[in-house]
Design a protein around this ligand. Structure first.
Ligand code: UDP
Length: 240
């Protein structure tokens, strides 16, 4: 396997499936089954979950809420998703720990980098909840940060779209999907891979990003096997 330790970023929106809000348990179960499969093959898997299916700080701020307070609400939303995923994994007998960036020790461990790495070495899935614990950040940035901290070899961004396009494929029929991109190309084209802070962190730490569709069964395993899924963003310029 090309990757021994992987950081999987699951967007909150992906967890709501076809619903307009909240958690679709059948979607979570399917994701858990895919994670169980790759962990059984020996891949160390850390997960960062988003919270957009429940609450987004920017939306709260637009409705008149204090931005920092709204972001804290968003971070708490990610913990709910983390716990739902943990539950699904444990029901499949996959050992799993949730670590939160905001301490809430009655429900999860606090984020302790070395402990997280030890869990991974022992074959446990580690789910990071609460983002990075700071307002004005995103769970994409958290994914890049935690990946660098724990020495993950790649960030998998699993979303509702099947990669990165030159323009929004939902609005433009002639939108073209990229198979491979360099970080320079992403930054130059302001392409919607992850937010700028997350891209900068991955670029500076030489961590590739693979963006793929979570709803295509088997995509997590394919990405781990190094098969082409979605769009791969590489640290150095790769000839197309
Ligand atoms: N958030 C934050 N700091 C972080 C991570 C998340 O303030 O480090 C808040 C922010 O308000 C964000 C919300 O949590 O809107 C949910 O996270 P995000 O939007 O990244 O989730 P996703 O888009 O992946 O569903």
């Amino acid at each position: 396997m090309p990757y021994r330790r992987v950081l999987l970023k699951l967007s909150g929106e992906a967890l709501m499936g076809e619903q307009s809000y909240g958690i679709d348990t059948s979607v979570i179960q399917r994701i858990a089954a895919e994670i169980a499969g790759v962990v059984a093959q020996g891949t160390e898997m850390a997960v960062v979950v988003g919270g957009g299916n429940i609450f987004r700080g920017l939306k709260g701020a637009a409705a008149g809420m204090d931005r920092a307070t709204a972001d804290y609400v968003g971070m708490l939303a990610t913990v709910m998703n983390a716990m739902a995923l943990q539950d699904a994994l444990e029901r499949m007998e996959v050992p799993c720990r949730v670590q939160t960036a905001i301490a809430m020790q009655e429900v999860a461990e606090p984020y302790i980098r070395r402990r997280a790495m030890r869990h991974l070495e022992k074959g446990r899935v580690v789910i990071f909840g609460g983002g990075c614990g700071n307002p004005f950040f995103t769970t994409d940035t958290t994914a890049a940060l935690r990946a660098a901290e724990i020495g993950a070899q790649v960030v998998f961004k699993a979303t509702k779209v099947d990669g990165v396009y030159n323009k929004d494929p939902a609005c433009f029929r002639d939108a073209v999907r990229y198979d491979r991109l360099s970080f320079q190309e992403v930054l130059r084209g302001e392409l919607a891979v992850m937010d700028g802070t997350a891209i900068a962190l991955c670029k500076d730490n030489g961590i590739p990003i693979v963006v793929f569709n979570l709803f295509e069964a088997g995509n997590i395993a394919r990405a781990i096997a190094g098969e082409p899924v979605g769009t791969a963003v590489h640290p150095e310029l790769v000839p197309h």
